[in-house]
Ligand binder design. Structure first.
Ligand SMILES: NC(=O)c1ccc[n+]([C@@H]2O[C@H](COP(=O)([O-])OP(=O)(O)OC[C@H]3O[C@@H](n4cnc5c(N)ncnc54)[C@H](O)[C@@H]3O)[C@@H](O)[C@H]2O)c1
Length: 367
């Protein structure tokens, strides 16, 4: 891992769509960061949730008022169950009430749920309006706030309705992670371990060696960790901004993970589903002769060290398989499963059979 910790990371996604990710420890530089976008926004609407609002909304409002814009805020109920079109309806109505026009700005203050919904509203309100991400969860820091995927769930279908929409800025105040419940911190760690598995074995060693400091929220450890994950995600999304090819490797652990998350009725968090899906993908990689048993166990041990599940009994194998295959049918393509050639190197594989997936799911059930 690099030892220089730049706190500004540029993301290039096409000529007009480039933006900076800022890694900070407070909201002090937010006003200047928005001003330097070069657009004099007259109105800024903050969208946040009912858990984040009492903690950070005032600070964010104060910081954004420093741009000279009139700042208003909408607080939505927290939780994945509210990531739906009803909430989008509420956002549209709020923006109309506040008379936001195409020259104004939306700000997503929250985790992936708020980021995905605000981004989707920004993509569609008045055929597109600028937005910035102010992520407050570890998962949003390292995953959902960058890359431009936005959207909502539709009935029981996760992320069924959405759009690609790049933010103008991603501003991370890492100090807000201190109030994050432990389970939510772990869910972010699942994506971080995924990044190490698909691209960087040295990063895996870092995560093994620095557990106590990471759990202790040591800023000297959190900053390089989040930065390394961002650099990995940035590299992939810059190469493939709209997921036509290589970006699929970011779905490592997600094929079975999403299906398990859904089958649990979302009692598993996204990261918990990904953790289980990762174990399934490691198992298939091993069965195909790509990965040693020791390497599989090494990753499973790391997931457990960050309080993530590696075994799970409470699901029907056939239903999870059906959910996975349903996703495949929907995309109209053969199932692109992400496997590891070795730790730190992923491959897109279209040869994984239903039988192999069934084997992986049974493996997850083993005591
Ligand atoms: N767009 C993408 O590329 C992408 C990638 C991965 C995941 N996602 C989506 O992200 C969502 C999951 O995001 P998440 O894990 O951040 O969940 P979340 O947004 O629901 O946040 C988790 C919980 O933590 C609370 N919270 C947020 N910040 C807090 C803080 N600083 N202190 C205390 N509590 C805080 C929230 O209110 C919520 O209850 C899913 O909907 C998933 O589909 C999107």
């Amino acid at each position: 891992m690099q030892n220089t910790y730049d706190t500004m990371i540029p993301v290039e996604t096409g000529q007009d769509l480039s933006y900076f990710i800022r890694l900070e420890n407070d909201f002090q530089a937010l006003s200047d960061a928005v001003t330097s976008l070069g657009k004099p926004y007259a109105r800024i609407a903050i969208i946040t949730d009912s858990n984040v609002a009492p903690l950070y909304l005032k600070e964010a409002e104060r910081a954004l008022s420093g741009t000279g814009a009139a700042v208003s805020s909408l607080v939505l109920p927290a939780g994945e169950e509210h990531k739906n079109l009803d909430s989008i309806d509420n956002i549209y109505q709020f923006l109309i009430d506040q008379q936001l026009d195409r020259n104004d700005l939306l700000a997503a203050l929250g985790g992936g749920v708020i980021g995905d919904m605000t981004g989707f509203a920004a993509a569609t309100y008045l055929r597109g309006i600028d937005f910035i991400q102010l992520p407050t969860t570890l998962l949003a820091d390292v995953d959902s706030s960058i890359g431009g995927k936005t959207g909502v769930d539709y009935h029981s279908y996760k992320n069924m309705v959405g759009a690609f929409k790049q933010p103008r800025l991603v501003y991370m105040n890492l100090s807000v992670l201190r109030s994050l419940p432990e389970r939510q911190f772990s869910t972010g760690m699942a994506e971080i371990i995924k990044h190490a598995c698909i691209m960087d074995e040295e990063y895996l060693t870092f995560l093994e060696a620095n557990q106590a400091r990471i759990w202790g929220m040591d800023p000297d450890c959190l900053l390089p960790m989040i930065r390394q994950s961002l650099l990995i995600k940035k590299k992939v999304v810059e190469e493939d901004p709209t997921e036509k090819g290589i970006r699929a490797i970011l779905n490592f652990g997600h094929t079975l993970g999403h299906a398990l998350e859904k089958e649990s009725g979302f009692t598993l968090t996204h990261g918990e589903g990904v953790s289980l899906g990762t174990c399934g993908a490691l198992f298939i990689s091993h069965e195909k002769g790509l990965l040693s048993k020791e390497d599989c166990l090494r990753v499973e041990w790391l997931l457990q060290a960050y309080h993530l599940p590696v075994r799970y009994q409470d699901f029907s194998t056939e239903q999870v398989l059906a959910a996975t295959l349903h996703d495949k049918k929907r995309s109209g393509k053969s199932l692109r499963f992400i496997l590891l050639d070795r730790l730190g190197q992923a491959r897109i594989d279209t040869s994984v059979t239903q039988e192999e997936m069934r084997g992986a799911l049974e493996y997850l059930k083993a005591e």
